[in-house]
Every structure is written in structure tokens, then in C-alpha cells.
Write a protein that binds this ligand. Structure first.
Ligand code: FES
Length: 160
């Protein structure tokens, strides 16, 4: 409350100037909150998608021979293993994981870069090799995981 505000008994009355000042501060705070920015991985400015992305449709299970993708032999490696649907596999310390390469922001195909980080060419969202969103120019969520089942010998995985 400012010196211009008026107090009447147990309640307070706010002058027009005081009301406009407080409303302006609230509007500025709301705009800044909608800009993203703070603490979300650095530089992400776009709005978060409010419609949850849909998981990829896999009409019949995909069987992938891991030997065909040598980068998957090492933890931190990632490779696109299917174009329709667009699916990648990655080797983590816990084993092979799979995820859709359809960007969770607006559905553009995400690129796997030579260092096994991922970036969406559309608005710049960036992801770790395992599909976890890490920041970039667009705030979004991690890429959607798909079910991956390795065979007993670990030479094949079935997706879906
Ligand atoms: S579609 Fe917008 S960042 Fe990927």
C-alpha cells in the first residue's frame, strides 16, 4: 500500500494510481513467467506444449539386429533404427533404450548429431543421447520412450 492509499476502519481502500501500479506489476510478472528463461537448461524461450505428444504407433513389432548399429556397442551411443515410425535406440549404463525421434514440441524429426546429442531443426530443442530434453532454444519435454525388449543373448531387440 502506498501513501496515497486510504484506510477505512478495518478495510483498506486503494487509490486508482495504487491499483494501476499493482495491476501493471502483476501483468509484467505474468508475461515474464510465460517467457520461460530461468533455470530450464539455458536460453529456452518458447512456450511449453500444452497438448501431450502422442506415442509413436508401431503396428507390428520391429526387430533390430544390434550388430547393424556399431555405435550402440558403447554407452552414450545412439542411432536411428527405423524411419517409419521414426525410432532411435541408445545404449545407456542400464542397457538399450528406445524413443521416438518425433519432437515433443511440434512433431518435427529430431536429428542425431555426430556427438550423439540430438537437436530439433525446427525450433532448436536439444536432447541427450537417451532422449532426455536438455534445453536449447525451445522448452519441451523429453522424447517419448518406446518399449524395447532384448533377446536372451542381447543381439536383437524388439521394439513395440
Ligand atoms: S518442433 Fe519445435 S523444437 Fe522441435
Amino acid at each position: 500500500m502506498t501513501a496515497e492509499d486510504v484506510t477505512c476502519g478495518g478495510c483498506s481502500l486503494v487509490t486508482r494510481r495504487g491499483f494501476v501500479s499493482q495491476a501493471t506489476l502483476a501483468a509484467v510478472a505474468a508475461v515474464l513467467a510465460g517467457c520461460g528463461g530461468g533455470g530450464d537448461g539455458g536460453g529456452s524461450t518458447g512456450p511449453v506444449v500444452t497438448t501431450p505428444p502422442r506415442p509413436p504407433q508401431i503396428p507390428t513389432p520391429l526387430v533390430v539386429t544390434l550388430a547393424n548399429f556399431p555405435v550402440l556397442a558403447n554407452v552414450g551411443g545412439a542411432a536411428r533404427v527405423s524411419s517409419q515410425p521414426l525410432i532411435a535406440l541408445a545404449r545407456t549404463s542400464a542397457g538399450i533404450v528406445g524413443y521416438s525421434l518425433d519432437c515433443t514440441h511440434a512433431g518435427s524429426p529430431v536429428d542425431i548429431r555426430s556427438n550423439f546429442t540430438l537437436k530439433c531443426p525446427n525450433h532448436g530443442a536439444e536432447f541427450a543421447f537417451d532422449g532426455t530434453w536438455t534445453g536449447g532454444e525451445q522448452r519441451t519435454t523429453s522424447l517419448l520412450r518406446v518399449t524395447v525388449t532384448p533377446n536372451a543373448s542381447g543381439t536383437l531387440v524388439t521394439i513395440g
